[in-house]
Write a protein that binds this ligand. Sequence first.
Ligand SMILES: C[S@@+](CC[C@H](N)C(=O)[O-])C[C@H]1O[C@@H](n2cnc3c(N)ncnc32)[C@H](O)[C@@H]1O
Length: 408
Amino acid sequence: MIEHDPISSPKLRDREGIAAHRFYAGFSLQFVLDCFSSAKLETGAIVLDPWSGSGTTALVAASQGYKAIGFDLNPAMQASSRARLTSGAESSLEGILEVLEFESLNDARSLTATDPLCRWFSFSTVARIRQIQREICGDEALSIEGVSDLSAGQCFDLQALISACRILALDARSSNPTWTRDCEVGVYVRPESLRAAILRQCTSMKNVAVRVTHEAVIGIADSRRLPIDDGSVDFILSSPPYCTRIDYAMSTVINNAVIGGKVWARFDDMRRSLIGSPCITRMETSHIGRFGPTCSALLHSVSDHQSKSSKSYYLPNLLQYFDGLYQSLQEIARVLKDGGEAVLVVQDSYYKEHRIDLATIVTEMLYETLTLTRRIDYRRGRSFAQINPRAAMVAKRPTESALFFASI
Ligand SMILES: C[S@@+](CC[C@H](N)C(=O)[O-])C[C@H]1O[C@@H](n2cnc3c(N)ncnc32)[C@H](O)[C@@H]1O
């Protein structure tokens, strides 16, 4: 059943894409195109990505004549994936930056003292960023629902601003691509440099825009409770959060801070609600008996492990992860039409010496509802764990697998 390379690798290549759209866990465009060609969908087919991230599945689907639906719980991912769906023709940024009074911020300190952007930027720079953000989004503090109400042009402009801020907060980068540090001294950015950085992002986003011909809706929803009718989706292409303790929320902390308002006020709650979050919120699971033999054996090994933190932290964290994954997979099976197909990309990882064979675990969790028809394995280069030299001692080269399921 294991094949090699008929469909190109899901992984974004190092130089693929531009800063504004690069997401650590993003799919490559070619992989998504290859999956659609192999599925031979009819025009107008409904394509779903329940963990939509940077929205590659929805973008390619809407450009290939399918109706795309994407969901994510992170409003920053919603804003960035909606920005990718536009050509930038509706952008107002050039006008906004033209009229802004970059030099006239007198009392920047009192304007910004509690602003989350002060973690990376000087008071006057924060005041300028906030001034631009309000020109784009309006004066009212944005709520999570408010991000859904932004127009396509507003999302495009907001993403150009976010991307410029990520680049300008140079000191915030760390060797871990999913983590952002606070800066010791807030970076002062000269007004003209800020303006130029935003316009550069705007131009590069316009240059790589993909022509979208069909409707694409990217919403905020939990994969454990999809707001979609039973049997209504033709094709699902997605990648669940991996079991590598990647902190997807923290990788977008600057994005959420730029959006600010009520979105920032809910950042910690949002972070905790993500599947794969390193924070433990729920210790009980009612589905544990249904996780399948591979997952059960792994949980027993962790429970029996001699290290102190295995029982106190890693076991509840893994239970929480697998419970979220299990519920989401049942939702995927529920919303898929008879004759529909789901492609899920997963990656294995290790807990101490124990392999977390996510491909087998996902297949076993779906055993009663979907059939595995094909599996393609891709050997990955350095994993996130191997970036950390201490972890590199035990980390093995991960395998990423594309799993093709059909409804039974
Ligand atoms: C592996 S990434 C998906 C990457 C995507 N394939 C792309 O091309 O960008 C997983 C995504 O799942 C989201 N996520 C985590 N828990 C979720 C949940 N319960 N419901 C919806 N989305 C969730 C994370 O915010 C993250 O963006």
